[in-house]
Design a protein around this ligand. Structure first.
Ligand code: B16
Ligand code: MG
Length: 217
């Protein structure tokens, strides 16, 4: 069987949620819409467009297509300015241990992210060469919980769908992996990621013996 390891980016490999939050918060403040870190939780793993739709719904605003697009652009420009200085120090604890273990064994690895900035972030933190393929927000038409992003990743890796392992921090991502029939590993709060096959608070909790088992499964 052909295995494949698929990683979400934001919240799994790096924590960009804080930067997304600052950018959404800036726009929300400009529009007079109350927005806090808790509201930002619902934006995790969700496409940029869908996030703006949700924000406008929260403020009960309806706007023209032109205005909507202009806000999408300004949010992203702000976000890009916040992530400008990102480097490898922002790779989350324990992640390198797992990536290196898989790389040393030539296990096919993919990135499966909703972010259109995924490639730029990977380059900033110096992880581009770890991934055989990057399936990002530019490559998918249907957002998580639709399994499209992970199915494309499996295909590009030449991996059997049922032999793929997915690491995700968002509920929508866990649902996407489960729908695809892949092994889902929740990174974050087990109370939120209840549907995951396995749960870990973060990568420091993952033993290499567990990764070895997944490879041999
Ligand atoms: P962008 P992931 C997701 O990335 C983020 O979790 C989510 O908060 C963000 O809105 C989305 O990417 C789109 O990002 O604005 O950069 O295209 O978790 O799927 O790696
Ligand atoms: Mg994520």
């Amino acid at each position: 069987k052909n295995i494949g390891f698929i990683f979400d980016l934001d919240g799994v490999i790096v924590d960009t949620a804080g930067y997304h939050y600052l950018a959404w918060k800036k726009l929300a403040d400009e529009l007079g819409i109350p927005f806090d870190e808790e509201a930002n939780e619902a934006f995790k793993g969700v496409s940029r467009k869908r996030c703006l739709q949700q924000l406008l719904e929260m403020g009960q605003l309806t706007v023209s297509k032109e205005q909507f697009d202009a806000w999408l652009i300004s949010k992203n420009e702000d976000y890009l300015s916040y992530i400008e200085g990102m480097d490898s120090s922002e790779i989350l604890p324990g992640v390198m241990k797992v990536l290196d273990y898989l790389k040393e064994r030539d296990i096919p690895m993919a990135l499966g992210s909703a972010s259109k900035n995924a490639r730029a972030i990977l380059a900033k933190v110096g992880l581009t060469e770890y991934f055989d393929t990057v399936v990002d927000g530019k490559a998918v038409t249907k957002a998580k919980p639709d399994p499209e992003v992970f199915l494309i990743a499996a295909e590009e890796l030449g991996a059997d769908v049922k032999s793929c392992v997915v690491f995700e921090d968002a509920l929508a991502g866990i649902e996407a992996a489960n729908t695809a029939g892949m092994v889902s590993i929740g990174i974050g709060h087990p109370d939120i990621l209840t549907e995951a096959d396995y749960n870990f608070k973060d990568f420091t909790e993952i033993e290499l013996a567990f990764i070895k088992e997944l490879i041999q499964k």
